[in-house]
Design a protein around this ligand. Structure first.
Ligand SMILES: Nc1ncnc2c1ncn2[C@@H]1O[C@H](COP(=O)(O)OS(=O)(=O)O)[C@@H](OP(=O)(O)O)[C@H]1O
Ligand SMILES: Nc1ncnc2c1ncn2[C@@H]1O[C@H](COP(=O)(O)OP(=O)(O)O)[C@@H](O)[C@H]1O
Length: 185
């Protein structure tokens, strides 16, 4: 797994949660954002679901549209992070090429990749928004192959398939809060 450099970064961290639809991105980032705000942090949560309804509602789901979707999210994340705001992002980021494109926008010292690991099978079983019941080509998340990241691509893996929600929330929260505490020393 990647190790984030220890030198202080001029910009706030961007914690980029990614994984399949149904892996738990919205659930965990919403809980963590609330907790960080209670502790006094300024937090921006950018959830792909919401972005797709507003900032990126003109975009489709083909690979180049997904790339543009992530470019916009990464640019907004950089703006916020450069204004002392802790950024949480929650998107599918299904392709390695998309993830590499994000890395060209956000400084590496600020970017933390947090992979929510849940298999297609378990996401189909959960299917909280009934997206996997859609016909192929009609907005089914399976329309795009999910390229599971290599260990060296990520900073933290949270096994949201095998561990309970509260345990996963705690793992991710502890990762963030340790790094935020180290920054403020
Ligand atoms: N094929 C397809 N067609 C239409 N809609 C889809 C499709 N796949 C996913 N979704 C929905 O869009 C959300 C994914 O958007 P993201 O910005 O997170 O990622 S991506 O750009 O699509 O890779 C995603 O949000 P999450 O379910 O929270 O991951 C879904 O609500
Ligand atoms: N360990 C876990 N971590 C996160 N969510 C979990 C976990 N176990 C079960 N879930 C459930 O899985 C669903 C995940 O949905 P959601 O957070 O919308 O996913 P995503 O944003 O990745 O599409 C929720 O219904 C949540 O309660």
């Amino acid at each position: 797994m990647k190790h984030t450099e220890q030198e202080p970064s001029a910009i706030s961290p961007v914690y980029w949660f990614f994984g399949r639809s149904g892996a738990g991105k919205s659930t965990l980032t919403t809980w963590i954002a609330t907790r960080l705000r209670q502790e006094g942090h300024a937090v921006l949560l950018i959830d792909g679901d919401q972005v797709r309804r507003g900032l990126c509602k003109d975009l489709e789901f083909d690979p180049s549209s997904r790339l543009e979707n992530h470019r916009r999210v990464a640019e907004v994340a950089t703006l916020a992070a450069s204004q002392n705001i802790v950024v949480l992002v929650a998107t599918m980021a299904p392709l390695a090429s998309i993830r590499r494109s994000v890395e060209k926008i956000i400084p590496s010292a600020a970017l933390h990749w947090i992979f929510l690991d849940a298999s297609l099978r378990s996401c189909i079983k959960r299917d909280p928004k009934a997206l996997y019941k859609r016909a192929p080509g009609e907005g089914n998340p399976q329309d795009c192959e999910y390229e599971v990241p290599q260990p060296q691509e990520i900073h933290l893996l949270v096994p949201t398939e095998t561990l309970a929600q509260n345990v996963c929330a705690d793992i991710a929260y502890r990762y963030l809060s340790n790094r935020l505490a180290a920054r403020s020393i």
